[in-house]
Design a protein around this ligand. Sequence first.
Ligand code: BG6
Length: 481
Amino acid sequence: DFEYPHTFILVGASGDLAKKKIYPTIWYLYRDNLLPEKTKFIGYARTNQSMSDVQDKCKKYMKVRPGEEEKFKKFWEANDYLSGSYDKRVNYEFLNQTITKHEKGIIANRIFYLAVPPTVFEDVTVNIKNACVSIKGFTRVIIEKPFGRDDISSEKLSNHLAGLFKEEQIYRIDHYLGKEMVQNLMTIRFANQIFSPSWNRENIASVQISFKEPFGTEGRGGYFDDFGIIRDVMQNHLLQILSLVAMEKPVSLNPNDIRDEKVKVLRHISPIKLDDILIGQYIGNPKGQGEERLGYLDDPTVPKGSVTPTYALAALHINNARWQGVPFILRCGKALNERKAEVRIQYKDVPGDIFNGHAKRNELVIRVQPGEALYLKFMCKSPGMKFDLLETELDLTYSMRYKEADVPDAYERLILDVFTGTQMHFVRNDELKEAWRIFTPVLKLLEEQHIRPLPYEFGSRGPPEADTKLSEYDFKYSGSY
Ligand code: BG6
């Protein structure tokens, strides 16, 4: 397909996501010659602006290395920008003419990236369908969360989309699925005899999947407050990781075989109970302790008295033969002490202990970011005359081992997948439905009962109560999580 003309249409081209993420990503793909040669990029949004305005806004987010200036110029020459409203068909007809002009051929493919707010989503998709689909080539649409805010709104959106496009045309991005170590999970599990047989309730005590960010919601309070950390990170990114950790081995690497298994394991998870969740919200740090940091409620874009969580811990239970009784603990938070995302598989205590309780639990840690790594914590005899136990690590830190390997950015990988038509790392409609089934009831309860999140200081490890809660789930603190 790569020899045909392609058009990448960025709808919402004047927005934040476009300038900070999508323009830089398509530039890097273009720079590295990864896209079809005849690719044209068209930005579309309401803002009336010229191509050079677009360039000016995006430039500071795009890295141009010495010697690449000429190519960068060429990239912009392959770009066009059109302003138009989101709800007027005539504007899309004009967009269609612009695309057609470039296509110069019978077979030509179109990819629409919808970087638009949920309020205009339906208008945009209907108009694309009515006025802009490719006649002989493919038309694919990439969509970003929020995919609704609960089971009902999400289903409405899904039905709307299903009325316009086939599932094979819809690419729901969860950018965590584009991350190196998340993609690595299947290989670690299914290509290693050492892990496969012990990946179960007989051997594993708990699984912890965590996400931490050292900054708050500054400037994004409006969007964030409507959704909260559970919808923003846990229900999508962390649950996707969970499904890859917990699913059974797929029949093959075919994207639908993989997604069948992901859905199946999600179906074994009962909706989260209120008892299995803890929420927090950050407050400013005390005066005189480092740089002054404001609390969530001090952000002028956040409504007064909001009870939206910026931190959450939830335990999910998978009721199947492999996992029954093993808690899967999801934890995420903003304004914490560090940036980190990782999966921590904690094994059970060794039965029949002969070391007087000194043997610590094994842990397999898969660090998603920063600094991709995989390490296995295990016990060995301390080297030397003594017969003491020592906890040590088999450490595969990518930057040490694969010095020249460049780990691609998640967005680059995923957008390229859309060009090649690979849906393996995109969320299928039924996965989304299961995700909302698991999360909607508890979100409703938290909101209806107006449950106040526990306060935690900006830059801390989260609400202290979270550690107590963790110990309820057969998780033993090993000193470094
Ligand atoms: C996004 C969330 O999906 O993921 C943001 O909306 C969050 O709130 C971001 O900051 C984190 O992505 P990454 O790749 O920086 O870990």
